[in-house]
Design a protein around this ligand. Sequence first.
Ligand code: DQA
Length: 158
Amino acid sequence: MKRGEMSQQAWRILVVNGPNLNMLGLREAHLYGALTLEDVEQLCRQRAEGLGASLAFMQSNHEGVLVDRIQQAREDADLVIINPAAYTHTSVAIRDALLAADKPVIEVHISNIHKREPFRHHSYVSDIAVGQVVGLGVAGYGYAIEAGVAYLNAQQQD
Ligand code: DQA
């Protein structure tokens, strides 16, 4: 049996959150909603569990810490879901770490970055991602997990 099938080892999903996402629920609630990062983690765990996937969840305000964790995904994850937050628009280092990890990537943004300031329209991640979930609130993390598991299952059949 292959990874991801019942009674086999589960798909390993890493969810990475960039700077200021530890302030969810407090920061700019009109953009990011009232739920906290702990709520988001719980939502992700429930969704992953329902799909038989295992989940690692992290947040850092520090670019190097994010780079270190993403690199580790080469060894301990099958898929990376990332909300790089402000680093989306600035970080070649995070892009390079994702390329080095060599795992499929799904990019998540809680707000619709395309409706916001022009500097938020460019992402250093989107052209190396399988896809993006943008502007659907924190529910987007759950959609990304669902889409990620479907993607991994489909890849396995190829
Ligand atoms: C964000 C959008 C970014 O532009 C911003 O810097 C964030 C959060 C989002 O989830 O909507 O911190 O990634």
